[in-house]
Design a protein around this ligand. Sequence first.
Ligand code: TMP
Length: 242
Amino acid sequence: MTADREKLYEGKAKILYKGPDAGTLIQYFKDDATAFNAQKKAVLDGKGALNNLISAHLFPALGALGIPHHFIERISDREQLIKQVQIVPVEVIIRNVAAGSICSRLGLTEGAPLPKTLIEFCLKDDALGDPVIAAEHIDVLGLATPFEMDEIVEMSLRINDFLSGLFMAIGVKLIDFKLEFGRLETEDGVQIVLADEISPDNCRLWDSDTDEKMDKDRFRRDLGGLVEAYSEIARRLGLSLS
Ligand code: TMP
């Protein structure tokens, strides 16, 4: 278990421990759910294990597509071995359909398809409430270079195409999602790789037939049944916790 591991960082939904080898970390998925910058909190039994399972399925699938990522392997119900990266402090939000904050910010109707995929950036800073920022802010504040951002946007669009099809095949609409990227030191220099997690915590997933929400909005909006919905996503992906 994790008792003898050195904790390096604790976030709202995950903990990072020192890994067994240099350049590796263990990413531990908690059952904690937070929303609205942790103003709302709960512990939802089984959420962490489901997010670990789902994310550990999606990262290798993206790897097979040629997307470089930090994931190495799922080592237990709640833990995965990952490569240590320096996280780019920018949250990348990819939107196919209007939902959530874009509706309140810009007056769009939830459920309205966007004429083309929209990519937004937020500064990864809880104290500031993760504000939306422009590519120019990222450049001027030195958060990432324009070259790195070109790579991040290109990868994000490819990830969106792939995941939209993957979810469509299991009767789920990928409405929007959030990605994080990191800088990985390699023999050939620094490479931008996909990091963090991809799970119903950071995607909006609606049932294709009923538009029922199968993601963290069940918690954000007090709809109940979050763990059941995440389990159904895992089941449709052909995954089960053993
Ligand atoms: P938003 O509509 O609240 O801006 O969220 C857009 C997408 O990003 C949605 O799929 C949820 C995800 N998200 C996170 O993963 N972490 C966050 O802190 C926020 C605000 C959103």
